[in-house]
Design a protein around this ligand. Structure first.
Ligand SMILES: Cc1cc2nc3c(=O)[nH]c(=O)nc-3n(C[C@H](O)[C@H](O)[C@H](O)COP(=O)(O)OP(=O)(O)OC[C@H]3O[C@@H](n4cnc5c(N)ncnc54)[C@H](O)[C@@H]3O)c2cc1C
Length: 311
């Protein structure tokens, strides 16, 4: 087993300063000996995927991107930014929320919606008590820690934000130079002590669902390019990977591109919509302090039970 992955106990939920008041026992889909979820640093996941792709003989070219797509009878001609060209039966864009493939192939894409929430994230040394994902609920704000290796954990703090823009790194008015600050919506907030500014990530939470189908002709988009969820269910990467697994399964079957895409949408759309829409709903619940926190977990549990169904 890769040393970077961590077995997680059930999620634990706390009120500010209090003991756990609830936990989320997720279904162990791979069997009783395997954890329901694993946390992994993005860089470690990249290593795992890159190694596996190389071992399988995939041809990988870095440092270039798609410049144009042109579909003619049965083929997509692709021009790359380094001047290379190629002709392909089928093109799949897995290029994230700001997808260039989507921009090139789709003319009718709805705007993403800003949820009014934003999240600060950083990784930090892992305290021995951090043995599971733990979330701390306060009025209008939520914080959490999530171990992703034997020695490191990620932490986050989310709150309301008036604007969908990023934030500016600046000198903290109260404790510079021992710490630093971020300026957002006119306010300056301190960053965690000991973390370098470049390692703190601030992100407005956006939600986006491309209406079905996620293809135009022989060009398709999957993952965040088709469905970008807020992190409320911590499942965006999970459903992006599922997209790839289902697509690979269908590509191995003897199907035409049209049949493949039809079956792909039938298996993926409602499931991804469930994640995107439930995550938005959880964000709305977070903003309404009259809603008991237990209701958040009831909705999360019900959604994870649904997501435990076969893909
Ligand atoms: C704050 C936050 C917390 C999250 N927490 C979780 C979590 O706990 N669990 C979870 O499962 N998900 C989580 N997610 C969601 C998860 O990060 C995404 O759903 C996932 O990364 C989507 O994978 P992707 O491969 O589709 O897109 P991305 O991860 O965005 O990857 C796209 C790739 O394409 C590359 N690219 C972009 N444009 C081009 C181009 N023009 N040419 C070539 N390459 C290009 C990018 O460099 C990038 O490598 C979180 C998201 C956010 C914002």
């Amino acid at each position: 087993m890769c040393q970077c992955r961590v077995r997680l106990r059930p999620y634990r939920l706390r009120r500010r300063g209090g003991p756990p008041f609830s936990s989320l026992n997720l279904p162990r889909l791979a069997g009783p000996d395997y954890p329901a979820t694993v946390a992994i640093a993005r860089s470690a996941l990249h290593d795992v995927l890159f190694r596996a792709a190389e071992e399988l003989g995939a041809s990988i070219t870095l440092g270039t991107t798609v410049a144009s797509l042109n579909e003619t009878s049965g083929t997509v001609e692709v021009e790359f930014s380094d001047g290379e060209r190629g002709a392909y039966d089928f093109v799949v864009g897995c290029d994230g929320f700001h997808s260039t493939v989507r921009k090139l192939a789709f003319s009718d894409v709805p705007e993403a919606s800003f949820t009014g929430l934003a999240v600060w994230r950083a990784t930090m040394p892992r305290h021995r008590d951090v043995d599971s994902m733990q979330m701390f609920y306060g009025p209008n704000t939520k914080a959490g820690v999530n171990p992703h290796s034997a020695t490191r954990c990620s932490c986050f703090w989310s709150s309301r934000s008036a604007t969908a823009t990023g934030c500016r790194r600046t000198r903290c008015t109260c404790c510079w130079p021992s710490s630093f600050g971020f300026q957002r919506d006119g306010d300056v907030a301190c960053a965690p002590m000991g973390e370098r500014p470049a390692k703190v990530d601030y992100r407005p939470m956006n939600s986006f669902l491309l209406p079905s189908p996620w293809h135009r002709g022989r060009v398709a988009v999957i993952g965040d390019a088709a469905h970008t969820t807020t992190p409320h269910l911590a499942t965006g990467a999970g459903i992006a990977i599922e997209d790839a697994v289902v697509l690979a399964e269908l590509l191995a079957a003897d199907l035409s591109v049209a049949e493949l895409l039809e079956q792909f949408m039938a298996r993926r759309f409602d499931r991804c919509r469930l994640v995107v829409e439930t995550a938005v709903k959880l964000g709305e619940m977070e903003k309404d302090t009259t809603i008991p926190i237990q209701s958040h977990f009831d909705l999360m549990s019900a959604t994870f039970r649904k997501l435990a169904e076969p893909i």
